[in-house]
Structures are given as structure tokens and as C-alpha cells.
Design a protein around this ligand. Structure first.
Ligand code: HEC
Ligand code: HEC
Ligand code: HEC
Ligand code: HEC
Ligand code: HEC
Length: 486
């Protein structure tokens, strides 16, 4: 297949000729970036020209649907259920597809119920029904990414004495204080109590400013996380506005709503939720662990510094980390991110609606929609592109299965050493390697694009996982040969 990338702007001949005249000498990579930004600006401009301002109380998407019927109707299609080779939206039980994970998650709720994720319309339902909630006590913190909760946080915050009123625009210090206080309170509630307060899954107001229609981020853990990322040392080559902020006087913390470009916002609205997180105790506050950077080992370093573990493995007694859908983190290590290709370019592609181009709000696997999601940038047939993705995903899966096998071998080696009377302290190295190996394996496995978002980074992490697991196994053999540690 030709990997030649054509400018996304070749959507019409007029646009193409204009683009040629204006930027004949600019490389294709830059063209793609520029075009994405221009399209975004046009979309925003068009939206605000037609926009009937809505209020911060417009949580119900049906209200927006009266002004934007196309976006509303396509948003509602996230109820569709269709499977792809490695993904799609059928909520099958992953633990039955690949039972080895029951061994790897032993002692943790993910070992009892872990399904393939599906469309946005189901996020509240699936959370309420998972056995990880029905048979384990969970906090209100779970709702941070599964519900339209901003209004609820503000109301809770005001009731607890935060300043201002519900009419304050979201960007003001008063509204910020209301959200922060209410968020803290909701995180600490029981899941059942908090779930009573919310009504809608992610909705228009979670990504758009109701007054202007511009893209906006509002998740408190995301705003804190991204400010910590900016203030830290982690590389941000694919994040220009953070780089610029770092070079500035840094008078106030990095704020994406005022500093990020329109192109970046097409990523950040999704990075509000499709990321790694943990609960900071006491109070189960949702925290995005980005202070050292976005790479798997930088996140691990932060957890090590804080002595954090999600659980202790039932068999190896290693204190393990559970990776949670780090799509934003993995994407940021890939070629598409470097070329400025945003989540929305592939997952919410532009489609023709009469004379207009609009964003398909049926957020789903782009493999169900290659013609709109990939072809505008790639000079290739749909078949070629599907084959190209399958090659990346199949390779990732092969490596992943080897990594799973290696980690299982380590777990079994520890168990038989313990059965043979080797004491826990002698197995400390094996447990450390288990933590490192499983973190890298799970980072790729739970990310859900099966390596596509950053193929080389995914392969690197899986290779390290295999190596750490085998190192751990060798250390067990060593411990058994010389149980006194000489
Ligand atoms: C260049 C196109 C592209 C970009 C950019 C992109 N993705 Fe993806 N994404 C894909 C493909 C292809 C898959 C694999 C889908 C499959 O296997 O069915 C995928 C899978 C996913 C999945 C799992 C979907 C499923 O059906 O299992 C999620 C969630 C996701 N991406 C979120 C994101 C987020 C968030 C971003 C931005 C941080 C992003 N993607 C950026 C192309 C892209
Ligand atoms: C940081 C945001 C965030 C938080 C906090 C969060 N989730 Fe999710 N959850 C997601 C995302 C994003 C997905 C989709 C996975 C993907 O990207 O493919 C998801 C998927 C799920 C699914 C469907 C797939 C599966 O894993 O079976 C369930 C159920 C679920 N979450 C339950 C929970 C529970 C229970 C909690 C609290 C312990 C929680 N979530 C907290 C973002 C979050
Ligand atoms: C998960 C985030 C998200 C949600 C939820 C969301 N949108 Fe959007 N919306 C986007 C993105 C991304 C764009 C592209 C904006 C750009 O390129 O500047 C967009 C663009 C738009 C536009 C501009 C025209 C177009 O189609 O590109 C309108 C109008 C719009 N959305 C309406 C809605 C309505 C109505 C809802 C609720 C039913 C909604 N959106 C829910 C992310 C979202
Ligand atoms: C408020 C949090 C939130 C935001 C914002 C959000 N998502 Fe999701 N997303 C989720 C959750 C939770 C799920 C899993 C729902 C389930 O399995 O019930 C999910 C599922 C998905 C899926 C799987 C769909 C399928 O059919 O399998 C894709 C793809 C996806 N999201 C992409 C995106 C993209 C792209 C954006 C930004 C335009 C985005 N999401 C914004 C929380 C969010
Ligand atoms: C907005 C433009 C754009 C869109 C949309 C887009 N791509 Fe790309 N794609 C690029 C660019 C630019 C590169 C070159 C990246 C680089 O320099 O590494 C690329 C590279 C690739 C590669 C080479 C391997 C890699 O990951 O770097 C594959 C395969 C690919 N794209 C497939 C897809 C598929 C499949 C889709 C749809 C799901 C898609 N692309 C959507 C612009 C795009």
C-alpha cells in the first residue's frame, strides 16, 4: 500500500487549487496540520454565526438537538453495536475471550468482570451494571468520566459554601471553586449515592461552551492533570501550547481553555476521560498522574514515588498497578500525533450534510467508517487501509499474547517457589519485576486501539514487559537455588 499522505484539504478542487497557490512549497505533513486547523476554525466560525446561545443549565442534549439536529441525531447513534476485528462496540466479556487475564488480575475486581467498551450512550448503564460496581464497593469518583456532572458538582459546591451562583460562567474563579468543592464531595460519596444525582452520559455541554459553541474542557481532574503536566519535566513535543506556556513567564497555571489551539482542543475534549487515572486517598479523589510526563515509565515513576498500588496480587503478592485506557498518552507517542492528527479527525470525521460539512458525532471505531475517517488524508483504497491497520493490530496482539504468557510464567514460578518453602522476602526482586512487566503489558492491553495509536511505542512496551517478566522468573530460579541469598 502507498503510505503517501494527501492533504486533507483536497476535499474540493477549489480548496485544492487555493491551497496549492498559497502554500505550494510547504511539505505534505504541514499541509495536513494546517488544513485540520483551518477546517476546525471554519467549523467553529460557522457554528457561532448560527448559534442560538444556550445556558449552563442546558444539560439535556435534546435541547441542543433543536438547534443542531444533525449533530444530535449522530450523537444518538452511539447506541449502535457493531464489532471489528480487535474492537468495535459489542460489550463481550474479555475474561472469556482471553481467560489468562483471570490469572493476571487475581485478587482485583477486574478479574471478575471486564468487558469490551462500547458507545458513549451506554457509559452510565454499563457502569451501573458491571460486577465491579454491583459486587464491590466503589466511590462516586467513578462518575467523573461516565456522566455529565458539571452542574451537579457546582450545586454540591454551592450547598457546601463555595462562592458565587449557578449563573457564573464556567471560566470564572467562582465557578471553578464551586466545581472543585463539589467534585471533592462527590468523589468521596458512595457510588450509589452519587449515581442518583446524575442523569446523562457525556453530552454536548461536556465538550462545547453553550454560549459560543466553542470546544471547551470542564473535567476537574483533567484540568489539574494537564496543568501538572505543563509544570513538570515530561516531554511535550506534540503539545505546542504547553511548550509555549513553558517558555512564557508562567504567571498562572496552564489552562487549555484559554491557551490551547483549536486543533489541540479536538484532542483535549477526549483526553478529559480517555486517560490513565488513580484515586488519591483519603476521599477517592480522581487524579491524572502526569506530573512526570505521559510515558508509561514516567507515570510508573510517579506511582513509585507515592508508594501507590491498586492491589496486591493474590498469587505473587506483588503490589500491582492497573492501567486504565491511556489512549491520550499512547496517541501522543505516535506518528499521527506528531503530524497533528487529532482524535476527532478519525473518530468524528467530517461528513457532507447537504451543502455543509459537519462533524459526525457518532463517536466509534474508525474502521467502521474508513471512507470518511482515513481516505481524506490517505491515497489508498479502503481495503489497503484495513489491511494496514490489521497488520499493526495483529502484530501487537501477537506480542501481547507472548507478554501475557511471560507474566503468567513469572506468577506460576513465584507460586511454586512459595509452595517449596522459599520465604516472601527472598522473592522481592520477582515481585518488583512482576509490577514492572504487568504495568507495561496492561498499558497496551487496556488502551484499546490494539497498538494502532502508536505502533512502535506499543511494541517497545510489550518487549520490555516480556523482558521484565523473564528477568523475574530467572530471579526466582536464583532464589530457589540459593534461598539464603548468597
Ligand atoms: C489516525 C486515526 C486515529 C486517531 C488520531 C485516534 N484514533 Fe482512536 N482508534 C483508531 C483506530 C483505527 C482504532 C482501532 C479500532 C478498532 O480496532 O476497531 C482506534 C481505537 C480507539 C478506541 C477503542 C475503540 C474500539 O472500538 O475498541 C478508543 C477509545 C479510541 N481509539 C480513542 C481515541 C482517542 C481518545 C484519541 C485521541 C487521543 C484517538 N483515539 C486518536 C484511529 C485513531
Ligand atoms: C478517568 C476517567 C474514568 C474514570 C474515573 C472511570 N472510568 Fe470507566 N471508563 C472510562 C473510559 C474512557 C472507558 C472506555 C474504555 C476505552 O477507552 O476503551 C471506560 C469504560 C468503563 C467500563 C466498560 C468496559 C469495562 O471495563 O468493563 C466500565 C464497566 C467502567 N468504565 C466502570 C468504571 C468504574 C466502576 C469506575 C470507578 C472505579 C470507572 N469506570 C471510572 C473512563 C473512566
Ligand atoms: C465528546 C465531545 C463532544 C460532544 C459530547 C459533542 N460534541 Fe459537538 N463537536 C465536537 C468536536 C470535536 C467538534 C469539531 C469542532 C471543531 O473542529 O472545531 C464538534 C463540532 C460541533 C459543531 C460544529 C459543526 C460541526 O459539526 O463540526 C456543532 C454544531 C456541534 N458539535 C454540536 C453538538 C451537539 C448538539 C452535541 C450534543 C448532542 C455535541 N456537539 C456533542 C465534540 C463534541
Ligand atoms: C466524559 C468522558 C468521556 C469523554 C469526554 C469522551 N469519552 Fe469516549 N468513552 C467514554 C466511556 C466511559 C466509554 C465507554 C462506554 C461503555 O463502554 O459503556 C467511551 C467509549 C468510547 C469509544 C468506544 C466506542 C465503541 O463503539 O466501542 C470511543 C471510540 C471513544 N469513546 C472515543 C472518544 C473520543 C474520540 C472522544 C472525544 C471526541 C471521547 N471519546 C470523549 C468516556 C468519554
Ligand atoms: C488528518 C489526516 C490523517 C487522517 C485523518 C489519518 N491519517 Fe494516517 N497518517 C497521516 C499522516 C500525516 C501520517 C504520517 C505520520 C508520520 O509522519 O509518521 C500518517 C501515517 C499513517 C500510517 C503509517 C503508520 C503510522 O502509524 O505512523 C498508517 C498505517 C495510517 N496513517 C493509517 C491511517 C488510518 C487507518 C486512518 C483512519 C482510521 C488514518 N490513517 C487517518 C494523516 C492522517
Amino acid at each position: 500500500m502507498s503510505t503517501e499522505v494527501r492533504a486533507a484539504g483536497r476535499r474540493s478542487w477549489t480548496a485544492y487549487v487555493l491551497a496549492l497557490l498559497l502554500v505550494a512549497a510547504i511539505t505534505v505533513g504541514i499541509l495536513v496540520g494546517l488544513d485540520a486547523a483551518t477546517t476546525a476554525r471554519k467549523a467553529a466560525g460557522r457554528a457561532s454565526a448560527e448559534h442560538v446561545p444556550l445556558g449552563e443549565d442546558a444539560v439535556d442534549p435534546a435541547e441542543w438537538g433543536q438547534v443542531y439536529p444533525f449533530q444530535y441525531e449522530s450523537y444518538r447513534r452511539t447506541v449502535d453495536v457493531e464489532r471489528t476485528r480487535h474492537g468495535g462496540s459489542e460489550a463481550f466479556q474479555r475474561l472469556d475471550e482471553d481467560p489468562l487475564w483471570r490469572v493476571l488480575y487475581a485478587g482485583y475486581p477486574f478479574g471478575i468482570d471486564y468487558r469490551e467498551e462500547r458507545g458513549h450512550a451506554y457509559m452510565l448503564l454499563d457502569q451501573r451494571e458491571t460486577e465491579r460496581v454491583t459486587s464491590v464497593k466503589q466511590p462516586g469518583a467513578c462518575l467523573h468520566c461516565h456522566a455529565a456532572a458539571t452542574r451537579v458538582w457546582r450545586t454540591l459546591g454551592l450547598d457546601a459554601g463555595a462562592p458565587g451562583t449557578l449563573e457564573d460562567p464556567l471560566g470564572t474563579p467562582e465557578a471553578h471553586a464551586q466545581v472543585a468543592r463539589g467534585f471533592e464531595l462527590m468523589c468521596a460519596m458512595s457510588y450509589e449515592e452519587a449515581a442518583e444525582l446524575v442523569e446523562h452520559p457525556v453530552t454536548c455541554i461536556d465538550c462545547h461552551d453553550p454560549a459560543t459553541m466553542r470546544l471547551r474542557v470542564s473535567r476537574p481532574a483533567f484540568l489539574d492533570g494537564v496543568a501538572a503536566l505543563a509544570a513538570g519535566r515530561g516531554e511535550v513535543e506534540t503539545f505546542d501550547s504547553v511548550q509555549r506556556w513553558r517558555e512564557s513567564a508562567r504567571e498562572s497555571p496552564y489552562d487549555p481553555n484559554t491557551l490551547a489551539s483549536e486543533g489541540e482542543m479536538r484532542v483535549l475534549v477526549c483526553a478529559q476521560c480517555h486517560v490513565e487515572y488513580y484515586f488519591r486517598e483519603p476521599g477517592s479523589l480522581v487524579v491524572y498522574p502526569w506530573a512526570n510526563g505521559l510515558r508509561a515509565e514516567q507515570i510508573e515513576e510517579l506511582y513509585d514515588e507515592r508508594g501507590f498500588a491498586d492491589w496486591t496480587h493474590l498469587t505473587s503478592h506483588a503490589r500491582l498497578l492497573k492501567a486504565q485506557h491511556p489512549a491520550f498518552e499512547l496517541w501522543s507517542r505516535g506518528g499521527h500525533a506528531r503530524a497533528g492528527v487529532a482524535c476527532a479527525d478519525c473518530h468524528m470525521p467530517q461528513v457532507r450534510q447537504g451543502a455543509k460539512r459537519v462533524s459526525d458525532h457518532h463517536v466509534r471505531s474508525p474502521l467502521l467508517n474508513v471512507a470518511a475517517a482515513c481516505i481524506p488524508c490517505h491515497d489508498a483504497s479502503e481495503e489497503d487501509l484495513q489491511a494496514r491497520v490489521a497488520a499493526i493490530q495483529d502484530t501487537t496482539q501477537e506480542l501481547m499474547l507472548r507478554a501475557e504468557d511471560a507474566v503468567r510464567s513469572l506468577v506460576l514460578a513465584v507460586r511454586s517457589a512459595r509452595d517449596a518453602g522459599v520465604e516472601d522476602p527472598v522473592l522481592a526482586t520477582a515481585r518488583d519485576r512482576h509490577r514492572q512487566a504487568q504495568w507495561r503489558l496492561d498499558f497496551v492491553a487496556s488502551e484499546n486501539s490494539m497498538g494502532f495509536h502508536a505502533p512502535q511505542e506499543a511494541a517497545r512496551l510489550l518487549a520490555e514487559a516480556i523482558d521484565f517478566a523473564r528477568q523475574g522468573e530467572i530471579s526466582v530460579l536464583g532464589a530457589r537455588l540459593a534461598p539464603d541469598g548468597d
